[in-house]
Each structure stands twice: as C-alpha cells, then as structure tokens.
Design a binder for this molecule. Sequence first.
Ligand code: EPZ
Length: 422
Amino acid sequence: MEKIRIFGHHDQQLKGTVRISGSKNAVLPAIAASLLTDEKLRLKNIPLVKDVHSMLRLMKELGADGDIKKNTLTIQARGILSEEASYDLVRVMRASFLVLGPMLARFGKAVVALPGGCAIGSRPIDLHIAGLQKMGANITLEHGYVKAEADRLQGADIRFEKKTVGGTEHLVMAAALARGETVLRNCAQEPEISNLCELLVKMGAKIEGTGEEVIHIQGVGELGGATHEIIPDRIEAGTFLVAGALTRGDITLTGTEPGHLAAIIEKLRSSGAVIEMDGKKTLRVVGSPEIKPQDVTTSPYPGFPTDMQAQFMVLMTQASGTSIITETIFDRRFLHVNELLRLGANIEVSGDKAVVRGRTLLSGAEVIATDLRASASLILAGLIAGGETIVNEVEHIDRGYEAIEEKLKALGARIERLKMVE
Ligand code: EPZ
C-alpha cells in the first residue's frame, strides 16, 4: 500500500515547466493492435505507467514479446501461445478486453475474461460484443469469460447505440482484417481513436473517415509492422493546467497537443485563467487571483472530458460562487466527492449533478483514492489545503500518471511518496 503526503497551503503557487507524457489511452489500444500482425510494432513516446506494464504482462501471457527502451516500445506477436486472457489480468485493467477482436480477426478464436465493473461505474461491453456478432463472430459468455470464434470475420454495417471509445477502437481493429467493407456509425471521436486508426493505416489497413462519426474500413488479408508516435496525454495536460489555475501559479507544459484540449482550455479561460499557446507543442497557464464559477457538463469528444471532471471540481471549490458539474458518461463518477468533503469542500451530489459552493478554504486530511482521476483530484486538493494531506491507495494514480509527484515537486510542491512496509 503506498501513500502520497502533501504539505499544502492556501497561497501555494506552482511555477515552472513540466513535460507531458504520452497518452495512456492511446498506447493501450496500440499495444492490442500488435496482435493483428506477426511483424514488429515500434511505438514511440509511450508513458511509463502501470497500465502499460499490465498490458505488456497480458501480451506476454498471450505470446507477444514487448521491450521498452527509454520511451519506445517494440512489440511483436509472432506466434500466439495462448488464446486466453485471464481474469486476473483483465480484472485490473479493462482496456485489456481490447485483445479479443484482434485475436479473433487474426486467429479465429479468443477467450477473454469479462472485465468487471470499477469504481466509476458498471462499464459494460455489450456494444463491443454486439458489433463482433454482426461481423459473424460466434460468442458465448460462460464462467465469466467471453469465448469468441469466427472462421473469418465479415464486414458489416454497424451503428453504435451510444458513443463508446473502446467499442469504436475494438471494432476498427477487428474490421481491419475482416472480409469486405465495414461501416461503423455513431463512432466516438476521441483523439486516441484517431491515433489508433493512423497506426492501423501505417500497418496497411484501409480506413476512411478517421476522426469522423462514420468510419469505413475495407478488410485486408494481412497487416504489417509499423513505427508510430503515441499522442500526448491530454488528460495529464489538463490536470497540470488545472494545477496552474488552482494555485494561481505559472506553469509551462511542453510536449502537448493543444488541439486536443479545446474544451478544457475554454472552461479554464472562462474561469479566469490565462492560457497561452505558441502554435506548436507548448501551453502556458497563468492562474488568476479570482476564480470564477463555471457550470460544466461532461460529454464525448470534443466536449468536456469525463476524465477531467474530478480535477475541475477541485478548481470550482476555490471559485467565488456556485458551480454545477453534470456527469453524463458514467453512472458513479462522484466517488471523489466524499473525500473532498473530508478536506472541507462544500459539495452536494444529487443524481448526475454535483453542486460545488466556493470559495471554501480546504484543510489537509487523510483521504482514500478510489480511481485514477479521483486520485489526481485529491492530490490537486492537497496542494491548496492548509496542512498535511495523505492520499492512501495511490496505486490508482500510477496507472495513468508517470511520476506525478516528481513532476509536481519540480514545480515547487511539497509532496512525497511514503512507501509502506506491507
Ligand atoms: C475510455 O473508456 C477511457 N479508457 C476512459 O478513461 C474514459 O473515461 C472513457 O473512454 C470515456 O471517455 C481508455 O481509453 C482505456 P466508453 P471506455 O466505452 O472505452 C458505456 C481513464 O481515467 N458503454 O467510451 O471503457 C459505458 O458504460 C479512463 O483514463 C456501454 O454501455 O469508455 C459508459 O457509460 C476511465 N456499453 C459510456 O458507454 C459498451 O459496450 C462510455 O464508455 C461500452 C460502453
């Protein structure tokens, strides 16, 4: 069990430069895509986070060798030893479910544990399954496992009932090796999906409509290797932009993709923060003394991302007025609220809405992280809470943030990781 201790104060000001890592949510499907070919993939700018190591453990179990040098991963799925992705690996990381479609498309068979729910909601995969079945897969669910078989997947015309990032990624990968054309409608448009489509095209896939709501994929007989750059992590970048606004500091972010952050930048600017961009990969945030309350509703890209909801909520606890935060994507993504209340925040949750009353000065306390983005919000809160904040169960934060305490320390935060003797 690891903890992070933060000594915060109400006038904390973070200043300096931070380099943003590659996107966790882009690299995970890219790793799954390596199953679509027996040639090597070289993925550059990968984040050294726990979820990447979990995914590589799973790939090794399946017979694919991955090797990381600095921030480049070389991975090759030459021969698959096992068609089964076991529960203990899929349980810890839901994205591992994405190996099902590629294994089915390449080998005609796959057995993958059903991902469980998680702290932020039920997380079903019914839309993934329905799409694969439309492509001719014979799928049975037994003993907590999805067993899928198909001689060769057939192209199909599939409309997603609702926008799903993983579902879109899953079916694009399966369709790349299917026979004939697949049309995917009502696709999610997150940048991580486009990054995956660009990788697949480099591997030889025939994809029209990358980044659009309708994607056409002409199946091909086989795919080859490729070298590809993983996009910057827009949620890590958004988290540090909030940190700059929250502490009324002055932070420069390098290695970002500002175009992926429009909704976050817009909300931060209307709350009073100054955000400058140099037209390339750098963003600068300068916090303002007064933070104006903002109503926020999460929605699929290019809307305000659900993965930034908890972090923005912390900023709104310091706003001079009342903000209403509406979470439309997940059914239980307010678990961080109880912990923020322990720090003295004034937040009332009713259904999919959280009413945040500011400005309330926070005071340090011991809190528990429940999921990845909630952990980030508790660390942000600890920066500006008076006194000591201990965040327990920080394993969650390591899933998606590379060395977050080092990056914050370099900006002036008094933060350290406490290794607990088991
Ligand atoms: C991806 O999860 C991200 N994870 C999540 O980030 C992110 O919050 C989410 O997209 C939404 O943007 C990765 O990319 C690895 P969805 P995913 O399928 O694909 C429902 C983080 O913190 N749904 O877009 O699992 C689902 O319940 C993580 O980095 C179905 O009903 O999300 C949810 O309400 C957390 N049936 C909504 O759709 C399905 O078959 C969106 O889910 C699939 C999804």
